[in-house]
Write a protein of this length. Structure first.
Length: 199
């Protein structure tokens, strides 16, 4: 895993940052809609572009994350995606509360239901390393405008963090219009909650 401090790096030093994390795990975005026309899926949530650190929203800790480095990790992992059926490659980088970054890319399968999303791959890598508290998620796709995580990934992430800050970017495009921000609460305001009280 890549070690990433939660504090921001100075602007003058950001060009020196590089990501050398081993891209060990895999993931998946739902691509069925794209297979039927290729149109980018646009979330109805906040479409405000982000090329700077966003202001806090629903309690999300936007100001404490070096988004550029996290996005870079997602973009690099996207290059290893296995997407021979949809050609829709996704990379994800999940920042744990301990400062480690866990990456994942989508891995498709000829049986659609076996396809793994990038976000859930990154989540699995983090959990396997003993992490269950997360600070931020970056996603990189080829979609313009950038898309939000699929429903399965939203629910999987909500198991651990119901208000996770998320930035989605169009890989290879650096202008502000190709950065979008969400919180998981915005994308999934009423997640399924299991009553463990036994009542």
């Amino acid at each position: 895993a890549l070690r990433l401090p939660l504090q921001n790096y100075p602007e003058t030093h950001r060009h020196r940052l590089s990501v050398t994390a081993p891209f060990t795990i895999i993931s998946v975005l739902d691509y069925a809609a794209r297979a039927q026309g290729g149109a980018a899926r646009v979330s109805p949530m906040s479409a405000e572009p982000v090329f700077h650190l966003p202001t806090p929203d629903h309690g999300a800790k936007w100001e404490g994350v070096d988004w550029e480095t996290l996005v870079d990790a997602a973009v690099r992992c996207r290059e290893r995606a296995y997407a021979p059926y949809s050609d829709f490659r996704v990379g994800a980088a999940l920042l744990a509360a301990n400062g480690n970054v866990y990456v994942g890319c989508n891995v498709e399968n000829r049986l659609l239901g076996l396809t793994l999303c990038a976000e859930r791959g990154a989540l699995s890598a983090a959990v396997a390393d003993g992490q269950a508290s997360f600070a931020a998620l970056a996603i990189a796709t080829g979609s313009a405008p950038p898309c939000a995580p699929c429903g399965q990934c939203r629910d999987a992430l909500a198991e651990f963090s119901r208000d996770l800050p998320i930035v989605s970017v169009t890989a290879g495009a650096h202008d502000a219009a190709n950065w979008r921000r969400f919180t998981l609460h915005e994308l999934l305001p009423e997640p399924f909650v299991l009553d463990r009280s036994g009542g």
